[in-house]
Design a protein around this ligand. Structure first.
Ligand code: PMP
Ligand code: GLU
Length: 396
């Protein structure tokens, strides 16, 4: 048989999704496993949103919509971006897709020609690197250290720019690190993008999950020149506990939004109509549940960070947002744990799952070794038990 596409053959499976499937299968098999793997809020989607979906079905909203999303949903996104992020867009600049992951895919496909370089700070969410390759682009990685809170500087960004650079990917707050760039840091990075004529894809899906009263700044609110070249990525999965509903959105200049709409018209036709109607309620209805969930996440973050830093030989930084922590394994490398020599974070993650019954994600897929990512998007009870198991596993 003839050769399969080289680009497709080179795509690696998502490590986060792989761990999640394994965890869910173990649970279904009756194994007492704790999930610190995929970043999926354990909360149920708020009742008013679920009710909106029931109403949609009852009222017969079961047909295709505009391929870039229902006008009413695009208006709801405009409303939320203005209210929460102080940025003005027209509804035509908003593109709704089947999850933010899908928006990212369509954005990268819209911008990248074969061989274009895309700058990606590491640790990065695993999907960015693969999507760049799926579009024929070249990821240019800038490693960010734990000592610098896993953030890059303007000087580092400048040094990575070449003639071929087209796009800079920023994820703020970050998955997997939970760290937040402040306004000054963002202004510096934005200046480089403007000076070198780069697009910036700013994935702000965790913008509502920022703790300690810190202020979230969207890169697009920093001025017209940066807004013109910014593609904001966002969605309802994290803020409203709606991972399974598959609704994401982008906000960009009109030219890009129109091209993305054309692309979507041939790939999905439109996202699920029922989910779109539920997302309107999420974005326009009461935001009380968002505050309740955020407060709960903050409590869990405080607990998990304190517990981990009290374990000899383990440590983590206190993240500003999202629902992840980076567990530093520096002092575990070379040890034998669960009967296995730990040479890297893949070994640790696998041994901890097999012998400690806790699912975590090795950070090698995020472009950094000697760390595993733990999510605290699970109940306090599970977090407590998971950390007890971690303590036992590393032998303290
Ligand atoms: N961006 C980041 C940084 C994420 O962690 C996720 C996780 N799902 C997504 C985008 C995609 O979200 P979704 O497709 O569920 O909207
Ligand atoms: N984004 C979440 C994570 O990083 C969910 C899984 C995925 O979409 O990759 O765990």
């Amino acid at each position: 048989m003839k050769e399969i596409s080289k680009i497709a053959s080179n795509v690696k499976a998502s490590t986060t999704i792989t761990v999640d499937s394994l965890y869910k299968q173990m649970k279904a098999d009756g194994i007492d496993v704790i999930g610190f793997g995929a970043g999926e809020p354990d909360f149920e989607t708020p009742e008013n949103i679920r009710e909106a979906a029931h109403t949609a079905i009852r009222n017969g909203h079961t047909k295709y919509t505009h391929s870039s999303g229902m006008p009413e949903l695009r208006k709801s996104v405009v409303h939320r971006l203005a209210e929460d992020c102080r940025i003005d867009y027209a509804p035509e600049q908003i593109v709704i897709a089947s999850g933010a992951k899908h928006n990212i895919y369509v954005t990268v496909r819209t911008l990248i020609n074969i061989g274009d370089e895309v700058i990606l700070p590491a640790p990065y969410w695993v999907t960015y690197a693969e999507i760049i390759k799926m579009a024929g682009g070249v990821p240019v990685i800038i490693p960010a250290s734990e000592a610098n809170d896993f953030k890059i500087t303007k000087t580092e960004l400048e040094a990575a720019v070449t003639e071929r650079t087209k796009l800079f990917i920023l994820n703020n707050p970050s998955n997997p690190t939970g760290m937040l760039y402040n306004e000054k840091e963002l202004r510096d990075l934005a200046e480089t993008c403007v000076n070198h004529d780069l697009y910036i894809m700013s994935d702000e899906i965790y913008y509502n999950l920022v703790y300690d009263g810190k202020k979230f700044t969207s890169v697009a609110e920093l001025g017209e020149d940066i807004k013109e070249r910014t593609i904001i990525i966002n969605g309802v999965s994290k803020t409203y506990a709606m991972t399974g509903w598959r609704i994401g959105y982008s906000a960009s200049n009109l030219e890009l939004a129109n091209i993305m709409g054309n692309y979507l018209s041939h790939s999905t036709s439109s996202p699920s109509t029922i989910s779109q109607l539920a997302a309107i309620e999420a974005l326009k209805g009461s935001q009380e549940s968002v505050v309740t969930m955020r407060n709960e996440f903050e409590k869990r973050r405080n607990y998990i960070v304190e517990r981990i830093n009290a374990i000899k030989g383990l440590s983590c930084r206190k993240p500003d947002g999202a629902f992840y922590i980076m567990l530093n394994l520096e002092h575990q490398i070379g040890k034998t744990l669960g009967g296995k020599v730990i040479n890297n974070s893949d070994d640790f993650s696998l041994a901890f799952l097999e012998n400690g019954n806790v699912a975590t994600v090795s950070c090698t897929g995020f472009g950094i070794d000697n760390f595993v990512r733990l999510t605290y998007a699970s109940s306090m009870e599970s977090i407590t038990e998971g950390i007890n198991r971690l303590e036992r596993f590393v032998g303290v």
